[in-house]
Design a protein around this ligand. Sequence first.
Ligand SMILES: [Zn+2]
Length: 439
Amino acid sequence: MANDISFLTGINDPNLKMDKSGVENIGNYKVIHLVKTGTCYCPVCGRPMLKNGYRRQPVKILALPIANVPTILLIRKQKYICKPSSQCPETVTKIAEINGINHGCRIANNVKQAITLDLRRNESQKDIGEQYYVSPSTVGRIIDSLEDNFTPEKSWLPNTIAFDDFKSGRFAPSGMSMILMNPVNHRTIDIIPSRTSRAFRQYFYRHFTRRSRLSVSLVVIDLYGPYRRLIRELFPNARIIADHFHVVVQAYRALQSIRIKTMNHYGPGTHEYRALKRFWKLLLQKLSLLDNIHYQPRRNFRGAWLTNSEVIDRLLAMSEELRIAYNYYQTLVDAVDHENQGELQSLLQRKLTSLPFKLQKVQRTLRQHQNEIIRSFRHHLSNGPIEGTNNKIKVIKRTAYGFRNFFHFRVRILMALKNPHIMVGDPQKTKISSSSLAA
Ligand SMILES: [Zn+2]
């Protein structure tokens, strides 16, 4: 019988037996009547206790749905008594407890575990709750109970850390939060609510010991200037290296804005306007990947049969500024891709006055961070993981909406990403102990 119950409900308690009424359907529910008895030992003297009837009301426990039908366990619990004796000076009474159901909790632990695993998926708290017939706020409480699992270890930071910001909306005063990650193994360490210097400093002083901060030797970061001083203060032993993605993005943005400027110069309705609008992706494609073999008829060029590479030639002929911006962007992409220090240096030596206005600003920024960029070439750290993370966060924000607080948002992100705190990939290996799931 006990085996049947474990098979039905996933609750493994050998002393949990089917009661007389068995299983019945009441309304939209399946109700399983159970009785919990068995030997119970006195917590004071250690001897078996006397059975003393049953608790008047059976306890009502929400179990995992069976065949998509919400399932309630109605459990009659044995009461026990140990009468006063020489070993046991006072009367001791107890009520049977059940393995897999926390004392005083109305939801079986395996339901909470199933919900916890589902938090990795991109679904709202409401949708997850509906699957298990619990309210969204119960799902919220389960998230709250995970707090301990998601506290970063104070005394440890990896040798190399990386930061990137992401839009977090109303959770941060600036609308931006930060991801802290290990770019070597691509694990997310934590989400920092705000990217202001004050919040940033506070976060590290509060969450990490001085020793762990001293152990950081490389910090990968974007080209935003104000962080530099703070990073030197928080991580005195660290060298800063520039994140490749943010290096290339500088020129990418300048190229896009010069393309739009050129379009507007010709004006809507012109052939140049339409061609520059149509082929924007081609302009951003890496030169080394540009197709110069396959001919296709191009409507934008009166049906002429052109390769992609020839299309680019025609676009660049429309504006000298565009040509310069294109060459600048492509040279930068190539230098970063091939970690080519010489190519980067000669690009950054170009005279400011030879560049369009938008690129002058880029040139100044890149010159300012030249050493950080060159240093990044030696460490071969890819910016891929953070980019991927940012996309995942976007998706989480879109579908799993309705976060009541930053902590819920943070847990959902950390559950969806690879992170060192918690192994949720395989239920067998889950580190979430049933005690930490107490609602
Ligand atoms: Zn006793």
